[in-house]
Each structure stands twice: as structure tokens, then as C-alpha cells.
Design a protein. Structure first.
Length: 648
């Protein structure tokens, strides 16, 4: 059959990337030539310059909240576009490889029926992408002409508030600056639209190949030799799809993470601005269109990501789980991958063998641990020496300090035993710890699903508590008196700007970093206990299967089964001992710290109204609930291991 040209669908997108300097022609990469110089000039002049002047403006208007919000919600989105472009250029080798892989014969539709099967997906992507580009460019043009529509150009108002090292309120400086802002913003708008389109096209191609694979499986030839060849081809196709999806994820994972974070902030700031303007005025309509564009930006990621997930679940998983079970191992690391990603973000999961080396990541980890973790802990501890004579204030500080001490102890033990954890993850890939068939996967699935539910509950609870604690000074109006979320001693007057804002931001970073670190540490320990319990279930099932063989008088299988079970039991004991060495001190410290924290929390509840924000009563209740749930989970998962061991 004639070669199917996947690139034809995204041809316009790639052409726009080429004009923007983000797509060297054919399969080439960036090298020392005229196009690379063009890319450098366009990104630095259009993107870097625009972001720089907008960012500098923040330092001149930070005392004016409305002006700060108006500048910030545009500047942060422009900064995201710069980060997208950076990661796009940095990882363009992966993207070029992915696009070239689409020409692999195994990704090609084999019949006219398969071509018709994937056409709706390609058409759907085109329609959604063109609609998205129209919204983005339309919003950009609307924003650029607002000063012309409302007549503010007569006062030399620019489309975007920015600082420039010259007077923009005179001709021809005003007109040249106006044109510069329009060109830069359109460059950024088209850039983000094309990058988003490229990322979603990778998701679309993954879904389309799942459809092709499904069609191959559904139409297996009746002849055994041909059927066997087709099955082998399907397994190879499935593995290729997995590698394609993994490489695509490597390409855009940080882009998508930044997109969701930034879009959430931008939508929140836009809604805040809508409370200050008439929604039917030019400024109101402008912000509504901007919010619509950002919302659609999130929508296309969610839509095409969900398409991949739904397609895989419906069309592939049930059949391929039977065919590829013996060629593809059960991935025990998949459930804890979000934990490892977050630990890597806070500098606690170095790449490779688990040791810190003289590289950028080690310096990043030192910075996070010293400035964020260490600084937060140090100032909290020093505060105790200034408030020890006031029992209420001392109690409100000691229960937070005990938690900080516990987290620092966890961080120390985690860094000390990182190699053990990496070794543990590698051991789970060995045959001795793998389920033998789909039935054994179903046996351990409830145990693993229980841990997943617990992790989600903890994550939401900690996020909720941290969010409420972050805004308590605004809820009880303590922010008007320049009070911080946590009363701490600082070696300077934090009640004046910008020291108050910087101190507030430092406390928020410390709160979120330590909260996320704590919840991920705890749930990683719960995962260890869960996997030990799951391995006990697998060992019990192997013993039951061996007993069935004995009743059928299959002595060779019985002997082999006994040997395998003994080996599995020994390796399981060794694994449990290594894990126990990792978290025994952590659990001991956790119970001591939690006991003190709960006692202090109950004491504080006698001094405040538990349903009031004024004295942080509500947040104290939430904090105490989180600590109770933490202790309960340690006991629950520890008891699960004990019960599974007894069942042996």
C-alpha cells in the first residue's frame, strides 16, 4: 500500500515553527548556520526582550496591587512561553526522532480500512487545533488594538505595561514601541499555539496507532502461521507505541507541568481582575477573551491526553495484557512515579545510581535544602527562645517545630538510604518478584489500589491544609498588620515592604516544600509496606499452586515449585530487612513527634474556637486531623504486612 504521510496533518504547524525559528528544515538539528543565527536573534529580541521589559516593570509597581496583578498575569504567561521554547529547542532531537519514526512501516496503516479508521482522529485534531489558533491569535490582536478602541492611545498608553529605558510618551518612540509590543506578542502567541499543537499531535498519533493495533488484533487471519506472525507483529507494534509514548512524555512532561501551574495562576488572577472592571467594557471583554484562550489551552491538553488514556483502556489493554504478559514485566514503579517526580523536583531523588555528584542537580539540592528547608526550620526553632515564657505562643510554635524536626530527620534518612531505595526498585523488576500471570496481577491489584487511594487522600488533605494555612492572614485580616502565616523570629523588620512580601513568599515555599516532601516520604514508606504485602500474596498463591500440582502427582513441578518458593521467601526477607533499615528510625521519630504534636494540638484547641479562622482554630483542627491520619496509615499498612505474613 502507498505510504501514509502522517506529517501532512501537521504540515502547517511545522511550517509555522520553521518561520518562528523553532524547526530546522528536514531532519536537521541546530548547527552553526544562518538559520541558527535567525533563531537566536528572534528568540532573544522578540521573546527575551518582551519578557525582560515586562518583568522589570514589576519592580516599579509592586506597591500598586491592581497594576501588579495586571502586569503579572501577562508576564507569567509570557515567561511560560519562554520556558516552552527553551525545552522545545533543548529536546528537539527527541521530537525530530519521533516525527521520523512515524515513517516506520510498523506505524503505517496496512489497509484502506485502517486509513479510514484513523482519519476521524486526524480531522478532529485539525478542527480543534485551528479553533485554538483562531482564539489565541484573535485574543492577541484584540489585546493589541485595545488602546486604539478605547482612545487611550491619545495618552500614549501601550497594549502591555512595561518599563523601557527611554520615554515612550513621545513620538516616534511611542509608535515604535507599540509596533514592537504587537510583533512580540503575536510572536509569543503563535509560538505557544504551535508548540501546543505539536505536543497534542503526538498524543493524537499515539491514539491513532492504538486504533491501528486494535484493527490488526480484531482481524487476525484464521491460518495459524499467519496468525502467529500477525501476533508477533502486534506485540512489536505495541512495544513501539509504548516507546513512542515514553519518548513523547520525555519531550513534553515539564512543558505540561508548567502549563497547568501557570494557567491556574493566570485564570485566578483574571477572575480577580474581573471584580475590578465592568465585564462588558473593553477591558472586561479583553480579560474574558484572555481567560477563554487560557482555558482552551488547558482543555486541548486534557482532551487529547484523555483520548490516549481512553483509547488504550478500551482498545488495547484487555487483549495485549494476555498477549504481552510474558514479554513485558509488571511495573511496580508506575504507581509511585508521581512521588519520585516530586522528590526529584525538591532535590531528593538524584538521577542515576542514587548518589549526589558534582553537578548542577547537587547544587540545586543544596540550595533547596539550605534556603527552603533549613531556613524555615532555623527561624522556627530560634523563635522558641523568644516565646518560651508565654505558654500559648510557645505551644503554637512547638507543634510546628516538632513537625519540622521530623521532616528534617526524614530528609536525612532518605538521603542516607537513597541507594537502598533505588536498589529496591530494581529488585522488583526481577523475575522472582514478578506476577506469573494475569490472575496474580488481579490478586495484588486491590492491595496496590488501596495504597493509591490512600496517597490521593493524603495528597488532597495536605494540599488543603497548606492552602488554608497560606491564606489565613488574609482570612482573619492579620495581613493588614503584616503578620506572617507562621509567627517566626527574623533578623530584620518584616513589617515593611518588600521584606514582608519576600518573607511571606519564603514561608509559603517552606510550607509547600516541606508539606509535599512529608506526604511523599510517608506514602513512599506506605508503598514499601504495600509491596511487601503484595509479595506475600504472590508467595501464598505460588504455594497454593504447588499444592495443586502435588494433588495431581506432578513431582518434578512440586520440587521445582518448592525451590522457587524458598528462593522467593529468602529474597523477600532480605528485601524487608533492607527496607526496615531505611524507615525504622523514621517511624520511631514519627510516633514520638506525632504524640507531642497531637498533645499540643489538643491543648491549643482549648484556647481557640475550633470553627474560627481568627485564632487559626480551623487550621489547627485540620492539622491535627492530618497527623491522626498519618499515624493511622502507618499502623494500617504495618498491620497489613503482619496479616499477609501470618497467611503464609
Amino acid at each position: 500500500m502507498k505510504e501514509f504521510k502522517w506529517k501532512r496533518t501537521i504540515r502547517t504547524n511545522l511550517l509555522m515553527l520553521h518561520y518562528l525559528g523553532l524547526w530546522p528544515k528536514n531532519n536537521e538539528l541546530y548547527k552553526f548556520n544562518l538559520y541558527t543565527v535567525y533563531t537566536f536573534i528572534s528568540t532573544v529580541l522578540m521573546m527575551g526582550g518582551h519578557n525582560f521589559f515586562q518583568t522589570m516593570n514589576v519592580f516599579f509597581i509592586y506597591k500598586d496591587l491592581e497594576a501588579l496583578v495586571e502586569t503579572f498575569f501577562i508576564a507569567i504567561m509570557d515567561l511560560l512561553v519562554s520556558l516552552k521554547t527553551y525545552f522545545f529547542i533543548r529536546k528537539i532531537r527527541i521530537l525530530k526522532k519521533l516525527v521520523s519514526e512515524l515513517r516506520d512501516p510498523i506505524f503505517q496503516p496496512q489497509t484502506r480500512r485502517q486509513v479510514l479508521l484513523v482519519q476521524p482522529r486526524l480531522s478532529s485534531w485539525k478542527k480543534i487545533y485551528h479553533s485554538y489558533v483562531s482564539v489565541v491569535i484573535g485574543t492577541g490582536l484584540f489585546w493589541c488594538v485595545v488602546p486604539l478602541l478605547d482612545g487611550s492611545f491619545k495618552d500614549y498608553r501601550l497594549p502591555f505595561a512595561a518599563w523601557y529605558p527611554y520615554n515612550t510618551r513621545s513620538s516616534p518612540s511611542y509608535e515604535l514601541t507599540y509596533i514592537y509590543q504587537v510583533v512580540c506578542f503575536l510572536y509569543l502567541s503563535v509560538g505557544t499555539a504551535t508548540v501546543d499543537g505539536t505536543i497534542t499531535s503526538l498524543m493524537m498519533y499515539t491514539s491513532a496507532n492504538c486504533d491501528i493495533l486494535w484493527d490488526k488484533m480484531k482481524n487476525l487471519p484464521p491460518e495459524k502461521p499467519s496468525s502467529a506472525r500477525t501476533i508477533i507483529q502486534c506485540i512489536k507494534h505495541h512495544n513501539k507505541i509504548l516507546r513512542f509514548a515514553q519518548n513523547a512524555n520525555r519531550f513534553f512532561q515539564f512543558i505540561v507541568l508548567g502549563q497547568f501551574f501557570t494557567s491556574t495562576v493566570v485564570i485566578a488572577l483574571t477572575m480577580f481582575q474581573m471584580t475590578l472592571v465592568d465585564p462588558f467594557s473593553s477591558n472586561g471583554l479583553l480579560r474574558l477573551s484572555y481567560a477563554a484562550g487560557v482555558t482552551m489551552q488547558i482543555f486541548i491538553y486534557c482532551w487529547f491526553g484523555n483520548e490516549v488514556e481512553v483509547t488504550c483502556e478500551i482498545r488495547v489493554v484487555q487483549i495485549m495484557s494476555v498477549l504481552a504478559l510474558k514479554t513485558q514485566k509488571f511495573d511496580f514503579s508506575a504507581p509511585i512515579r508521581p512521588i519520585l517526580l516530586q522528590l526529584e523536583f525538591v532535590g531528593l531523588w538524584p538521577p542515576g545510581d542514587g548518589s549526589y555528584k558534582l553537578n548542577f542537580y547537587t547544587f540545586y539540592a543544596i540550595f533547596i535544602l539550605t534556603i527552603i528547608f533549613g531556613g524555615h526550620f532555623f527561624f522556627q526553632t530560634v523563635t522558641l527562645f523568644f516565646v518560651y515564657d508565654t505558654i500559648e505562643t510557645f505551644a503554637s510554635n512547638i507543634f510546628l517545630t516538632m513537625t519540622d524536626i521530623m521532616i528534617m530527620l526524614k530528609v536525612y534518612n532518605f538521603i542516607k538510604h537513597t541507594k537502598t531505595l533505588k536498589k529496591w526498585l530494581q529488585l522488583l523488576k526481577e523475575d522472582a518478584f514478578q506476577p506469573k500471570d494475569d490472575r496474580q496481577i488481579q490478586i495484588i491489584k486491590p492491595t496496590v489500589d488501596l495504597w493509591k487511594t490512600t496517597y490521593k487522600f493524603f495528597f488532597v488533605l495536605v494540599c488543603l491544609a497548606a492552602s488554608v494555612w497560606s491564606i489565613v492572614p488574609f482570612l482573619n485580616k492579620a495581613a493588614e498588620d503584616k503578620e506572617l502565616p507562621f509567627p517566626v523570629w527574623l533578623p530584620y523588620d518584616h513589617t515593611v515592604s518588600p521584606f514582608y512580601e519576600l518573607s511571606y513568599a519564603h514561608e509559603l515555599f517552606g510550607l509547600w516544600f516541606m508539606g509535599m516532601t512529608n506526604v511523599n516520604f510517608d506514602n513512599l514508606i506506605f508503598a514499601c509496606l504495600t509491596y511487601v504485602a503484595a509479595q506475600c500474596e504472590l508467595l501464598s498463591d505460588n504455594l497454593r499452586n504447588m499444592l495443586k500440582c502435588a494433588t495431581s502427582q506432578h513431582e518434578p513441578l512440586v520440587h521445582k515449585g518448592i525451590i522457587d518458593c524458598i528462593k522467593q521467601h529468602k529474597e523477600l526477607l532480605s528485601l524487608a530487612e533492607d527496607l526496615n533499615a531505611f524507615f525504622e528510625i523514621i517511624i520511631l521519630g514519627q510516633f514520638v513527634a506525632s504524640t507531642v504534636t497531637i498533645a499540643t494540638t489538643l491543648f491549643m484547641l482549648t484556647l481557640v474556637n475550633p470553627f474560627s479562622f481568627e485564632n487559626k482554630g480551623f487550621i489547627v483542627v485540620m492539622y491535627g486531623s492530618a497527623v491522626f491520619a498519618e499515624i493511622f496509615s502507618f499502623c494500617w499498612f504495618g498491620n497489613e504486612v503482619e496479616v499477609k505474613v501470618r497467611c503464609l
